[in-house]
Design a protein around this ligand. Structure first.
Ligand code: ZN
Length: 432
């Protein structure tokens, strides 16, 4: 098998397992456990050896792994950051709504900015985290749950009731987007369908379920499309393709001089403002703790940061064949032409000429093509992790990503070749 196919296959299996943020983190955690990384407990004293491999999780939905450099703490950090979350629908408390004829739908809230109508008429299921009663009220038990079978669908209104549907159809998140889960529920238990389902799946008492973080996900697996399998189509490519590339590069690289860090944050899609998001001090605290556990002081931390570099990896928009006018006339990434370096004059991205040059050199050393993404000047564009992190830590760094189509659709499309290019570039970054 060609390397591109090996990387694509590995990414698709990763995407299929990582159906929501908690499972993305869990998939990474399991891989790191398999590879012999040591889990660090933030509540304990850390013993870190140069050359050792470690990770910690935050809120079960963010994960930070590192390989301590032989010359640490003074040699600095090479960091790749990405995010575990994707736009979706969260299940509200008291979610069951019984409609006429005993049809049961669920009350949901939109998470992030999904393209709403891509979620219609799909075989959806539920996954996330359940919180169970324990003897210690401050520390309830946390368990992940994923129903591997399709459980729900959001049925679209028939075209016969709205002949103008194809002329543009504004959607209400509260009215149009509620998924249907059951028929014929008329007994007193109607209001506890989700609790009963969770209790059965986890083999616990319904009364012990205190709360949950549950989201909808599309059960359709990732696949290749295109005449020659050029494309990968899947949910959550933004940003799990970058999580997968960072993890693969961390495991494939072997330069032991600087400390190699992979930082996977949650809640990028809602602005990063949580304890497990990029706007929190979680990464700064991690880097400080690594420094002190290796015998460095405050001064060593600052020396180390000033030698560090970060690749903020989040997907970019590929030139859409039906809408070329949406993109910048001279800087519009094409699928298959390599990682896109993201540039913004108003500093929405952390990239500057210095850091773009660093990433370009890395691509050249890896034998990987690269391209630039700049917004059309009349389009506002999005934001990402990089410049949020620089408000915590004064790092040099670059924003980049794979160029994809249909960002925030329930299924996005990327190039298989680009994914392999990015793994090679990340591995070169950690190794150079
Ligand atoms: Zn993203």
């Amino acid at each position: 098998m060609e390397m591109t196919d090996i990387h694509a296959e590995s990414l698709m299996r990763f995407l299929d397992r990582s159906v929501v943020n908690f499972y993305a983190t869990d998939t990474v955690r399991k891989k790191l456990d398999e590879e012999g990384f040591t889990r660090l407990d933030p509540r304990e004293n850390w013993c870190i050896e140069p050359g050792g491999r470690y990770y910690m999780t935050k809120n079960d939905s963010a994960i930070f792994a590192f390989v301590a450099g032989d010359d640490a703490p003074d040699s600095g950090f090479k960091i790749i950051s990405a995010h575990s979350d994707s736009p979706c629908f969260r299940i509200k408390p008291n979610c069951e709504m019984i409609t006429e004829g005993s049809v049961v739908k669920l009350n949901t809230e939109v998470y992030g900015g999904p393209i709403l109508y891509t979620w219609f008429d799909r075989p959806l299921s539920l996954a996330g985290r359940v919180i169970l009663r324990s003897d210690d009220p401050l520390n309830p038990v946390r368990r992940l749950v994923k129903f591997d079978r399709p459980l729900l669908t959001i049925p679209h209104l028939a075209i016969h009731f709205n002949r103008a549907v194809n002329d543009g159809n504004p959607l209400s998140k509260q009215k149009d987007m509620l998924p249907v889960i059951a028929l014929g529920h008329t007994d007193a238990d109607d209001r506890h369908i989700i609790l009963s389902l969770l209790a059965e799946e986890l083999d616990v008492n319904k009364d012990d379920i205190l709360d949950y973080d549950l989201s909808l996900y599309d059960t359709t697996p990732a696949c290749r499309t295109g005449l020659h399998g050029e494309f990968i189509t899947s949910g959550r490519l933004d940003d799990l393709s970058m999580v997968h590339a960072a993890m693969t590069a961390l495991l494939d690289s072997d330069n032991m001089s600087m400390t190699r860090v992979m930082a996977i944050f949650d809640n990028e899609e809602t602005g990063s403002g949580t304890k497990q998001g990029a706007a929190s001090p979680v990464l700064e605290h991690l880097l400080r703790r690594i420094t002190t556990a290796l015998g460095g002081d405050e001064e060593a931390y600052f020396r180390s940061i000033s030698k560090s570099f970060m690749v903020s990896a989040d997907n970019a928009h590929a030139l859409h064949p039906n809408y070329p006018e949406k993109q910048d006339p001279t800087n519009h990434p094409i699928p298959g032409n390599g990682p896109a370096i993201k540039i913004n004059a108003n500093c929405k991205y952390m990239t500057d000429a210095d850091s773009a040059a660093v990433f370009r050199s890395i691509c050249e050393r890896a034998g990987v093509p690269f391209q630039y993404f700049v917004n059309h000047s009349d389009v506002a564009g999005g934001s990402t992790l990089g410049n949020i992190l620089t408000s915590q830590i004064d790092l040099r760094g670059v924003d980049m990503g794979a160029a994809i189509w249909a960002m925030h659709s329930v299924r996005e499309t990327a190039s298989a070749a680009d994914h392999s290019f990015i793994i090679r570039a990340f591995t070169e970054f950690y190794n150079c």
